[in-house]
Design a protein around this ligand. Structure first.
Ligand code: ADP
Ligand code: ASP
Ligand code: MG
Length: 448
């Protein structure tokens, strides 16, 4: 019987090829408490599958199919017992192959197609874990991760996930190591859904919640959560310990290392989260906990790209009630999701996330704009990015904004949000200036 229940998630780079899978399997084999293993697709595969859905010609689709097929059969050929898994891989690949004949792929089919990535990697990984120690079993995440039918970005049904998990998974993980897929879910009617790009972290957290796990581990390609994205600032430092609130803000404001929703289930059940590197498992990672021993004002800096600023202006707003209600009614009708808002007497500015995925939902179509234009002037600015300083007590720290904006004197700051959250201060800049702003702030406040 295991002492603890740990849920461990391995991302795409940790599944990249047979070697990466073996390294990840060793991390699993070294710890009998890792009971449920949630894996991403092999790196690059979800992008290939997305291109497959978007490509309009059959030869393009066939080419992408062959790339995906080769990648996975190559890994299969490196297994000690490829025969154990070949038939199951072929079943998934044959399912994918059928879609090469369909020119225009709808949202439902797209989710079925995207799910093939995680289904393939999890089959191979189960076999690789079994090479290290026998007894691991493959599990279809769609039997537990029940969602609504918002294809591409489905909302999980927490209660139903809990119910299904109690019946199908809780006892199983005590008996065997279970390997399953991240990112993938199902409607109650059995139609495949996905949780949005990067969603495997969220899946793992949902499983951890449903299993009342003691620890959720996220194994990725960086040794820890860093003070900023190390790809932007090579001098970024690993963070040993960070609070749920701070880490949640970091992920919401663009730190890709965690999907923005990952910490919600962990917070609900107070499950400690560990982030570490499957390439360097011995190096210290980050613990995300409820209370940290240190509470620096500025812990880390994040960057969220693809922001659009929508500004509406009308003299009718002056001393009138109900204006904002009317504005948000229109946005709500068209399912436009607004993140930051600043208002003055006669105008309101709002940021919208317009990265590839949210772009479909947050599309400012002529219809939306015309409806807004019927009662205000509308201005749209694109190619902006949001920089966020994340830490503690930022709303109540005197003398903070002077040095922050003083350090960025050369940068045009389009919008500032300060005070709404005690854990962040964020502002909007031109996308081309954003990385420089992050580096300058990192040098001024973190690497000082
Ligand atoms: P996985 O495939 O394992 O889910 P991701 O590519 O989704 O990995 O996330 C890991 C990446 O997140 C890192 O390679 C890094 O570039 C990026 N990242 C962004 N912000 C941070 C940060 N503050 N700390 C660590 N990594 C970050
Ligand atoms: N494979 C999915 C993606 O690339 C989910 C994940 O890796 O988290 O977005
Ligand atoms: Mg990820």
């Amino acid at each position: 019987m295991p002492d603890l229940i740990k849920v461990a998630k391995f991302g795409g780079t940790s599944m990249a090829d047979a070697e990466a899978m073996r390294r990840s399997a060793q991390i699993v084999a070294n710890d009998p408490d890792k009971r449920l293993i949630v894996v991403s697709a092999t790196s690059g595969t979800t992008n290939h599958l997305t291109s497959f859905c978007e490509s309009v010609t059959i030869p393009e689709k066939e080419e992408l199919f062959r790339t995906i097929q080769k990648k996975h059969t190559d890994i299969c050929n490196e297994l000690q017992h490829p025969e154990n898994v070949r038939k199951k891989l072929d079943d998934v690949l044959n399912e994918l192959r059928k879609y090469t004949k369909i020119q225009v792929i709808g949202a439902r089919e797209k989710d079925a197609i995207l799910s093939c990535g995680e289904r393939l990697s999890s089959l191979l990984f189960t076999e690789i874990v079994n090479e290290a120690e026998s007894g691991a079993t493959w599990f279809d995440a769609r039997d537990v991760i029940i969602t609504d039918d918002a294809h591409g970005n489905a909302e999980p049904d927490i209660k139903e996930i809990e119910n299904r998990s109690a019946v199908k998974l809780r006892n199983l993980v005590k008996e065997k190591r279970v390997i399953t897929q991240g990112f993938v879910g199902s409607t109650p009617e059995g139609e495949t859904t996905t949780l949005g790009r990067g969603g495997s972290d969220y899946s793992a957290a949902l499983f951890a919640e449903a299993l009342n796990a003691d620890v959720l581990e996220i194994w990725t390609d960086v040794t820890a959560i860093y003070t900023t994205d190390p790809r932007i600032e090579p001098n970024a430092k690993p963070i040993t310990e960070i609070s749920f609130d701070e880490a949640a803000e970091l992920s919401v404001f663009g730190a890709k290392v965690l999907h923005p929703a990952t910490l919600k289930p962990a917070i609900r059940k107070s499950i400690k989260v560990y982030v570490g590197s499957s390439f360097h498992p011995d190096q210290p990672g980050t613990w995300i906990v409820k209370e940290t021993s240190e509470k620096p004002v500025i812990r880390a800096i994040s960057l969220r790209r693809n922001q659009t600023l929508l500004t509406v202006h009308s003299l009718d707003m002056l001393h009138r009630h109900g204006y904002l209600a009317r504005l948000f009614e229109v946005l709500s009708k068209y399912k436009i999701s607004v993140d930051l808002v600043t208002t003055s007497e006669v105008s309101v500015s709002m940021t919208l996330d317009t990265d590839v995925q949210s772009a479909e939902r947050n599309h400012l179509s002529e219809k939306v704009l015309n409806e807004l234009r019927s009662f205000c002037d509308v201005n749209i600015e694109k190619n902006l990015a949001l920089v966020a300083l994340v830490g503690n007590n930022l709303h109540a720290t005197a003398g903070l904004s002077g040095p922050v904006f003083g350090a960025l004197q050369e940068t045009n700051i389009r919008l500032i949000c300060h005070g709404a959250s005690s854990h962040n201060l964020c502002f909007l800049v031109d996308e081309t200036k954003a990385e420089d702003a992050v580096r300058t702030l990192h040098q001024t406040f973190i690497n000082k």
